[in-house]
Design a protein around this ligand. Structure first.
Ligand code: GLP
Length: 247
C-alpha cells in the first residue's frame, strides 16, 4: 500500500488528500468491495492529522456512495452499482443471479390478510379481498439493496407461505412453478425521493439519502393483476437501463 505523507503546503486541503489516498486504493483494488478500510484512528495516526480531518474525508466518500459505514464495525468499500434492465419482466433474483451476484432476503412480514384501499385499487379487486403480503429486505452479496412489499391475490397463490421460505427463495419462481402463473407483463413507475427513517435503518443508509421508489403491478397472461409491489431501492446502488426504440 502506498503511504505517501500528506503535503501540508499543497493548496489541496488535507481531508481531500486523505480522500484521494482512500480513493486511489479503492480504484487500484487494494481496498476491495465489502472489505474494511483502516479505521479513522489508524488513518489519522498514519498521516499525523487530526481525526476530524479523516472523518470529513470518509463522510464525503460515504455521501458519494464509495464507502459505507457499519456502526461499531468500521468503514467498508461499497460494491459497484447494479445495472438493471428496465424493459424486461424479471425478478430481483433473476436480475442479480444473471450478473453473478448472491441474493438473499430478510423477511419482515409474510402473512395472509385483507387488501387495503391502495392494494385493492392496484389489483382491481374490492377492499377486503384476501391477499398475501410479503415484505422483504432484499440483499445482494449480503448488502441490503431494496425494501420490497409485494401484495398478491391470495386466490392465485392460496398457501404461499406454507411451502416457501422467502429468505432464500424467489417469489416469481414460486408463482411460476407451484401456482403455474404465467407472469406476462408489468406496469412500473419510478420516482426519486428521500429515505424515511425506517427505510434508512433497514437499508443501512443515511436518513434522507436518495432512494428510487418503484411501484409495479404484474399481470398474468389473462391480464389479471396478480401482484402489486412497492419497492424502495438504495439510490447509490442501483442504475436502471432501458433500450429505447424509435416508433
Ligand atoms: C422484483 C419486482 C417485484 C417482485 C420481485 C420478485 O424486485 N420489482 O415486483 O416481487 O422482483 O423477486 P424474487 O422472485 O427474487 O423474489
Amino acid at each position: 500500500m502506498i503511504e505517501q505523507p500528506l503535503d501540508a503546503t499543497s493548496p489541496k486541503p488535507l481531508y481531500e488528500q486523505v480522500k484521494d489516498f482512500i480513493l486511489h486504493h479503492i480504484q487500484d483494488g487494494t481496498f476491495k468491495p465489502h472489505t474494511r478500510i483502516p479505521s479513522e484512528r489508524e488513518l489519522a495516526q498514519r498521516f499525523g492529522v487530526n481525526r476530524l480531518t479523516v472523518t470529513k474525508a470518509i463522510k464525503e466518500l460515504e455521501q458519494a456512495g464509495l464507502v459505507y459505514v457499519r456502526i461499531g464495525k468500521g468503514t467498508f468499500v461499497a460494491p459497484e452499482t447494479y445495472n438493471l434492465q428496465l424493459d424486461t419482466l424479471m425478478s430481483f433474483t433473476e436480475e442479480m443471479r444473471q450478473r453473478g451476484h448472491e441474493v438473499s432476503s430478510r423477511v419482515l412480514n409474510a402473512a395472509m390478510t385483507e387488501a387495503n384501499a391502495e392494494s385493492a385499487h392496484r389489483l382491481c379487486v374490492p377492499v377486503g379481498t384476501r391477499v398475501a403480503i410479503l415484505r422483504r429486505v432484499r440483499c445482494v452479496n449480503d448488502q441490503p439493496i431494496a425494501l420490497e412489499t409485494s401484495t398478491l391475490l391470495a386466490s392465485a397463490c392460496p398457501d404461499l407461505f406454507e411451502h416457501h421460505d422467502f429468505t432464500a427463495e424467489s417469489l416469481y419462481a414460486a408463482l411460476r412453478t407451484r401456482y403455474k402463473l404465467a407472469l406476462a407483463y408489468a406496469e412500473q413507475t419510478l420516482e426519486a425521493r428521500a429515505a424515511s427513517r425506517e427505510e434508512a435503518v433497514l437499508l443501512e443508509m443515511a436518513e434522507r439519502a436518495p432512494v428510487l421508489a418503484i411501484q409495479r403491478v404484474t399481470y398474468d397472461d389473462r391480464s389479471r393483476a396478480v401482484e402489486y409491489a412497492s419497492s424502495v431501492y438504495r439510490g447509490d446502488r442501483y442504475k436502471f437501463r432501458a433500450v429505447l426504440k424509435n416508433l
